[in-house]
Design a protein around this ligand. Sequence first.
Ligand code: HEC
Ligand code: HEC
Length: 494
Amino acid sequence: MKTTSLLHVALALAAATSVLSCQEDGLTVEEIDVPAGYSLSAGTSTVFTTSSYAFDSEADWVTGALKRRFVRGDKLYDDARTSSTEYGGGLGPVYAGYSCGSCHRNAGRTKPALWTQTGTDPDGTPVYGSGQYGFSSMLVYVTRKNGAFFQNYGRVLHDQSIFGVEAEGKLECRWHYQTFQFPDGETYELAYPEYTIKEWYANYGNTSEPINPDELFCTVRIPLRHVGMGQMMAIDRNEVEALAAKSNYPEYGISGRCNYITERGIRQLGLSGNKAQHADLTVELGFSSDMGVTNSRYPEEICEGQRQMQEGSMMGLLYDKLEVNTEDMENVDLYLHALGVPARRNVNKKSVKRGEEMFYEAKCHLCHVTTLHTRPRGATLLNGTELPWLGGQTIHPYSDFLLHDMGSEIMGVGLNDNYVSGLARGNEWRTTPLWGVGLQEKVNGHTYFLHDGRARNFTEAIMWHGGEGEASKNLFARMPSADRKALINFLNSL
Ligand code: HEC
Ligand code: HEC
């Protein structure tokens, strides 16, 4: 793990103040200025909707037969699945969400329910994430403390179940709070969630070995916004790899690296997920692992080995037919690829422009890279449908899609979740793309950020940056309060 010395910070400050006159990595002041048309976040896929459908509107090129498939994909994505054997069924027997849209409401980030139930609770009374307390949109990855997976449970805790079946367990959360001060004396608070799993399904699998809850390890994620999914899949891999080779700024303690995933014998660059741990848009995995809907890629029920599934009464719930077909999964894949990316707003407002300057001064752009390109041929869907419209575009994702060590120090934990995903270590995270981030409140009604939603607003999200983000965070912290506000106005314009 990298530690950022005071020297780094001093150097960073010195460099930051000279940013307007120097040239670094060929990035001149002219380029830092907003060029005309910069508000077109994703070229021809840019949409100009600012309502709660801002993430959930198709790009202009989606017409005719493509539009019909888009609409079907949208429906499959949003419609609550049932446990029946009819079309649209197959939910469970255990599951974490009842549709893609249950967690990604309006193609966004469903408000994390646990937070609202416990976060404001000053005495930290434990409240469960589902069951009697309603629905949790979080994904909980579970392993044994030694890192081994549970064979009969899969990697995700299924905290919900259809009638007659027991959920695998429930999430319990305790919040820790601490107040901090900016150098100018203004205060801010950070909150850190500590999760444990309760009501662990007693009869672990069909083995005679029950799991002691003390042996359980879990890490929690809130959903990601579906902004720019097609662009992310069409991205020029060489450009990202070149960025990894170039992403080395010792003066700020920053060096990003790629995640790679080998699945079915093919090694690919990881792009999606909080640790860039997936190479595709996880449609097949989402149906299987999150909803218990079997498909050609994952034909087995996630809980097949559990004893309750082998008891007579459950057999009727497990039927041979795959529960969603490949054509429909490609329609969902198409839906995600074809969503438009909202244009920026208020780009010429004085405080937004000032905030944009501050974004560069604080070196946010070294990870939240503003401009990338898609490869000429665009993207290819699950069954081979080509989407050339996504090709050859200049895009502004505000991410390098690389992994960065985000530290383990703040409040004794930092952003480290001790969970390995592919090459990504516990303290490493993919730079979250910031396009659309300013519309999250409009789309999903909340401003919880970071992988587990611990940040309750932009300021907290920034102040959790440690490790490679430490120097940048400190540059932000040392700004006059008005500049910090301007930077946040800029984030709201994305
Ligand atoms: C139980 C809630 C839940 C359900 C149901 C769910 N997701 Fe997700 N989704 C998440 C969470 C949480 C993440 C972040 C995961 C991570 O970091 O590993 C995520 C991440 C993603 C990503 C990565 C986005 C990015 O920016 O990299 C895609 C794509 C995605 N989901 C698609 C789907 C699809 C398609 C479905 C339905 C088939 C689905 N999800 C169902 C919670 C859910
Ligand atoms: C060293 C690379 C790096 C730098 C520099 C950096 N970030 Fe980040 N940023 C990340 C990573 C990685 C995450 C994801 C962390 C997580 O979810 O735990 C992130 C997350 C965020 C988020 C939360 C997004 C969301 O939707 O949850 C915001 C907002 C953000 N950064 C803003 C900024 C700003 C503003 C700056 C400059 C002051 C900055 N970042 C500097 C890497 C960086």
